[in-house]
Design a protein around this ligand. Sequence first.
Ligand code: UD1
Length: 369
Amino acid sequence: MAKFAVVFGTRPEAIKMAPVVLAMRQNPKWDVRVICTGQHREMLHQVLEVFQIRPDYDLDIMTHGQTLEDITTRVLQGVGEVFRNWRPDLVLVHGDTTTAFAAALAAFYAQVPIAHVEAGLRTADLGNPFPEEANRRLTDVLAEIHFAPTEQAAENIRREVRGSKEVYITGNTVIDALLQVVEEDYQFRTPALAGLDFSKPIVVVTVHRRENWGTPLVGICQALREIVAAHQCQIVVAMHQNPRLQEVFRRELDGVEHVYLIPAPDYREFANLMKRSKLLLTDSGGLQEEAPALNVPVLVLREQTERPEGVAAGTCKVVGTAPQRIVESVAELLTNAQVYNTMALAPNPYGDGRAAQRICGILEQKYTV
Ligand code: UD1
């Protein structure tokens, strides 16, 4: 029996690996085990419940205020021990988190080959996003099999990783996940969401990146206050669990009319909220891929993105974190139907919902035992 370890630790990795795990488990000849590092505690378990995946190993490494060193060493040791005791034939990691990099390094030390899902994303700047850009480059160097979501990502690997032979273009598995949870007549369970007036525009906001902690986040909040004062809209801020972010959101936005601060809802709620929203403001990577599949324009609250395909296709616009630019960009979309429709109706460059199936197909050719 071929043995596969799938490792993840944060909410977005779990969302994007869930379709892969579910597809791989269809093969009765494979032993597919999920190793959950627990880099995120609550946010990760929400996702596992939605997709009904129970980890085979749960390392539960999260501590509040964890440093990158904490995460790296705890994942390296915890995952390394699993690899030494249960020797998998292949380890699958995802994307650019510290879990992904440390698990890849542990696999390398244990001399187990690595497949990198969502390989090849790049910005031109090693320090931005921090530390994700380094995490994904290092993971790509260690990996033997690269599952790139787009042609451009595949090209980045061919150019950069010497001797890389196995580069496959699969589409992004996030579209697979999204299509599994979005429903036409969805009823929200979160009271604040159930109480929204869906006949008026809803602007959804998420911010979590380290580059945006502190002053940039204060500027973003200022922009949100101006937007809600100038336009007939409702703003929903889905807050990451990190207390460093929640404190600022609460201080800057508590009590502002038509602004709703809610703890990050589970994936099914969030995906359906996105589907019914007018516009998304975010520094997240995954949302830049998902929103276009739902015809929702995205303004990216960062200086650059490793997902240029969305910008080229016209579904996303990089607006940074300066309040004035955010306010103007939102105003344009809320008042100019032509600009809005061009963005909303641009085709989604990130896949057709069959990425997990493609990944399994490729693995089946290699692991027929
Ligand atoms: C991590 C990833 C980032 C990814 C993001 C998605 C790294 C370096 N960063 O960043 O690439 O985009 O996840 O969210 O790998 N917390 C909880 N409960 C949770 C989750 C987080 O309390 O379920 C709090 C903890 O206090 C923790 C803090 O959030 O210390 C920060 O979590 P951490 O994983 O260090 O960073 P993220 O910003 O979530």
